[in-house]
Ligand binder design. Structure first.
Ligand code: SF4
Length: 338
């Protein structure tokens, strides 16, 4: 029997085989295998563009590289991350669908080193990889201080292993996408130029609709962390839960209304109107009755969500809260800030 992990996985180190020339052969050929592969890829991308239910698909290595070339030819980052996130979820599901020892092999085929110990039946990963791939996952259970270590390795629960594989997949997929030459991708899909052109114009409309109006709030006074969250959403990157929470509670506290906050999320790759409305209404107190405040800088820092870089105000020892940053920046210049 073929296990899910054998037919649904991406062997990133075989990327050299799946160049623009390979993709061109898939899009130019009339053989049934090529035709099926390109149809599956185009159907998935089309369904995401149209906002329709996605067709059944499996993320094989060929499918992954062909689809990333299609996305590169279209050249829209929001669309790209919506599709990558769909693949990511399938990969995470397939990776843990078998026994613990299968996860080691599954990850190895992708290029990620997770170790299975047959004596104590545990999974582990080097702490550098743990920190790298868990840094975008919010929750105390994903911080290094919450882990059990053994010989420099972090012992992993199955659910944490799945999160690491998800984040590893997104990180590698982003690298692959960025490495594809857009002109080469266009040439490979020259027979599908109409499809590419239509996809682009549909997304131009979507972009226009999702233009973010920040209303009366002054975005030039935002702290670097909140500006970075908004920038990432605009680029189509998925934000960790704590960053979303911080952004919503921050914008609410400085006076933005809920429809305005919702509009910011519309360009997020995994935007879901119902779920986002619930979260926004909960954080701003419309459902819960409690208006939450954004976390302090120390909390954001320990969750790798502080982006102060060389900001002189953030460098002050007493600057302990993103809201304080905004208030100080909003003050007229002649008032003291200490
Ligand atoms: S120091 Fe605080 S306000 Fe500044 S970027 Fe970091 S978390 Fe945000």
């Amino acid at each position: 029997m073929i296990r899910e992990s054998e037919e649904e996985n991406v062997l990133f180190n075989e990327g050299g085989k799946y160049t623009a020339n390979y993709v061109k052969s898939v899009f130019d050929s009339s053989d049934s295998e090529s035709s099926e592969l390109r149809n599956r890829s185009i159907s998935l991308v089309s369904a995401v563009i149209e906002g329709e239910e996605t067709p059944r698909f499996k993320v094989s290595t060929e499918f992954f590289f062909v689809t990333l070339h299609v996305l590169k030819a279209i050249g829209d980052r929001i669309l790209t991350f919506r599709v990558i996130n769909l693949m990511r979820d399938r990969i995470a599901h397939a990776s843990i669908s078998g026994n613990l020892e299968d996860i080691e092999e599954y990850a190895r085929r992708m290029g990620l080193r997770i170790k299975y110990d047959p004596i104590d039946l545990s999974l582990s990963i080097g702490f550098v990889d743990f920190v790298r791939y868990c840094s975008r996952v919010s929750g105390y259970q994903y911080r290094l201080v919450s882990q059990v270590m053994r010989n420099g390795e972090v012992i992993l629960e199955k659910e944490i292993a799945a999160h690491i594989i998800r984040e590893f997949f997104v990180s590698r997929a982003t690298e692959v996408y960025d490495s594809i030459d857009a002109d080469e991708a266009m040439k490979a899909l020259s027979n599908y130029a109409d499809f590419i052109g239509n996809a682009r114009s549909e997304f131009a409309i979507l972009r226009a609709k999702s233009k973010i109006d920040l209303g009366n709030v002054d975005s030039t006074k935002f702290p670097p962390c909140v500006s970075e969250y908004i920038r990432q959403i605009r680029e189509g990157t998925n934000l960790p839960h704590l960053a979303r929470f911080t952004m919503v509670s921050f914008l609410h506290k400085i006076g933005m209304d809920n429809p305005g906050i919702m509009d910011i999320f519309r360009s997020a790759p995994d935007f879901n109107e119902k779920v986002t409305a619930y979260q926004v209404n909960h954080i701003t107190g419309e459902i819960s009755g409690t208006q939450y405040s954004p976390p302090k800088c120390a909390v954001l820092q320990s969750n790798h969500l502080c982006y102060k870089e060389n900001d002189p105000l953030c460098a002050q020892e007493w600057l302990s809260h993103p809201l304080r940053y905004y208030m100080i920046k909003k003050k007229p210049k002649n008032q003291s800030s200490g």
